[in-house]
Design a protein around this ligand. Structure first.
Ligand code: IPE
Length: 268
């Protein structure tokens, strides 16, 4: 699809991920919705929005060990409770979009996704296509879904983003995160950690190798995993990782086609 952007609003941006129960960051989402509205009016692009589940689902999913799939009858209770958390957050995000005059509609992930061993096997895109044709933003989220091998599985928003960006041949994917981009080492441990402005086929092996040598913390391990999965699933599509807590980052990411001086661009 021409001029389609896919934006993932990370769960650690739109919720307080450390909270034991769902804690929505209303002010942040309100501002992000306004930025998206301005960008959309300026840029005239189509948009698919996906959000993470943050504290609305992660603690419940963990309690019921849903990442292991169906274990016993309690798993079904966990499935339902996790989904209630996801749907609550869906609605909160949707209301902020509406307040910013962005027409959106929830596409309930578990109603359109069939998974196998924790991966998306099928994602029915018909409804999404019809929404896009009416200039309505499909709003999806990371979710717990039915899995033909495991009973249930957790499908992250990142996996949904990768699937849809490929299927609709997106022009750009923006991951709105709680960090400034990809650092060369863990910024919490190293004061001299620097943002890597661009990762591409020429420098990625070096970068990943260096990250491994410099430290083995979860943060860099996670980022390394993210880079590799972007390489695997989003090659040919421009990917930006930006900090959603910094005003106008999202706006600029969506309207600027020039080289930007914030975040990390990943281009495979
Ligand atoms: C997680 O989705 C989905 C569930 C736990 C049900 P994500 O993995 O995309 O969520 P965040 O961005 O990490 O919060």
């Amino acid at each position: 699809m021409r001029n389609l952007m896919v934006v993932k609003l990370g769960g650690s941006v739109i919720t307080d991920k450390l909270a034991k129960r769902g804690l929505f960051r209303k002010n942040v989402v309100e501002r992000l919705a306004r930025e998206i509205k301005i960008a959309k009016d300026r840029g005239k692009f189509s948009l698919i929005l996906v959000h993470g589940a943050g504290s609305f689902a992660h603690p419940i999913a963990k309690k019921y060990r849903l990442n292991e799939g169906y274990i016993d009858t309690l798993s079904s209770e966990g499935f339902a409770r996790t989904k209630i958390g996801v749907v609550k957050l869906n609605l909160l995000v949707w209301q902020e979009l509406e307040k910013a005059n962005l027409a959106a509609c929830i596409v309930e992930s578990s109603a359109v996704i069939r998974a196998s061993s924790g991966r998306i096997k099928e994602l029915d895109t018909k409804f999404i296509e019809m929404l896009l044709a009416q200039n309505i933003i499909p709003l999806l989220s990371g979710d717990v879904v039915i899995d033909e091998k495991m009973g249930f599985s957790i499908i992250s928003g990142d996996q949904i983003v990768a699937f849809l960006a490929k299927r609709f041949d997106a022009k750009k994917v923006v991951f709105v995160s709680d960090v400034d981009g990809v650092f060369d080492r863990d910024p919490a441990r190293y004061k001299d950690a620097k943002i890597i402005p661009e990762i591409n086929i020429r420098n990625y092996q070096n970068i990943i190798g260096e990250m491994k040598v410099k430290n083995e913390s979860d943060v860099t391990g996670e980022m390394r995993g993210k880079i590799l999965s972007i390489k695997r699933s989003l090659s040919g599509i421009k990917v930006l990782i930006v900090n959603g807590f910094v005003r106008e980052n999202v706006l600029k990411s969506l309207v600027n086609n020039k080289r930007q001086n914030f975040g990390t661009v990943i281009n495979f």
